[in-house]
Design a protein around this ligand. Structure first.
Ligand code: IPE
Ligand code: IPE
Ligand code: MG
Length: 247
């Protein structure tokens, strides 16, 4: 797509991205996989800045899944080194981007945990764009933890069984500070969700692209939003109902 204007009144509030294809990108260039992660990290920063320019409020980036702990230790170490190098408060502060993190953070190296906490503390008051990094995250883990938490609350008499509504479950998830994703993008060619935001994506629009994450630049991001803007979100209603409500 080339010349198009995005509809400023229909920018998705929350875009979630499965940033996949770093390793294959590197392999295709004859490089080590870690080089793909380095290039991918750089692209995450650029796409966050573009999201800020476009007015996307929440950008949730799948950075390291629970299942990724099964990768070779050297690759895991390379990913966390990159993360440490890139969690620079100055960059967040310059762009007025708030950092939040979801996932089983206790499993992360201590230095990473400390850096994340410092970065979150220093950016907590920014309200333009929030970059949510999913780290050691999986949706089934998150749902299991929430289920245990709710069971405890019932057992301790803090809530009753009938208090457990759809909204209540959402409020017990780590993502409770933001609305559900309007748009989920997966780069790298695979058409699967890989344990990401299963509950939250109940009504998200999905875009799968073959482009590897290190090549997914600002233009690709705007193309994805343009495609999103062509979709009719019906939430179970008929197309005619949705059209009538717009008027
Ligand atoms: C995504 O790229 C980044 C992480 C999962 C950490 P991959 O590393 O999965 O790249 P491919 O899928 O092997 O190309
Ligand atoms: C999903 O990518 C996780 C992240 C992008 C962090 P993977 O490359 O780990 O996904 P699968 O295992 O191929 O589905
Ligand atoms: Mg992958």
């Amino acid at each position: 797509m080339a010349n198009f204007e995005l509809d400023k009144n229909n920018i998705p509030t929350h875009v979630a991205i499965i940033m996949d294809g770093n390793g294959r990108w590197a392999k295709a260039q004859g490089m080590e996989r870690s080089m793909g992660h380095a290039k991918g990290t750089e692209m995450a920063r650029r796409i966050t800045e573009e999201a800020t320019r476009l007015g996307v409020k929440y950008l949730t980036l799948y950075t390291f899944s629970t299942e990724n702990w099964n990768r070779p230790p050297a690759e895991i170490a390379a990913i966390f080194t990159l993360l440490l190098d890139n969690l620079e408060e100055e960059v967040f502060i310059k762009n007025k981007v708030r950092l939040r993190v979801i996932g089983d953070l206790g499993r992360l190296p201590e230095e990473v945990q400390r850096r994340i906490q410092a970065c979150m503390d220093h950016t907590a008051d920014y309200d333009r764009t929030t970059m949510v990094v999913a780290l050691s995250y999986s949706s089934r883990w998150e749902l299991t933890e929430a289920t245990k938490q709710i069971a405890r609350q019932v057992k301790e008499g803090k809530i009753k069984e009938e208090d457990i509504t759809d909204e209540y479950i959402s409020s017990q998830l780590q993502t409770n500070f933001m609305p559900d994703p309007d748009l989920l993008i997966r780069t790298g060619g695979e058409k699967r969700i890989s344990n990401y935001l299963l509950w939250q994506c109940a009504y998200s629009e999905f875009i799968f692209t073959d482009t590897y994450w290190p090549d997914f630049d600002e233009a690709c991001f705007r193309d994805a939003i343009a495609e999103y803007q062509q979709r009719q979100r019906r939430f179970g209603k008929t197309g005619d109902q949705v059209e009538a409500e717009k008027k």
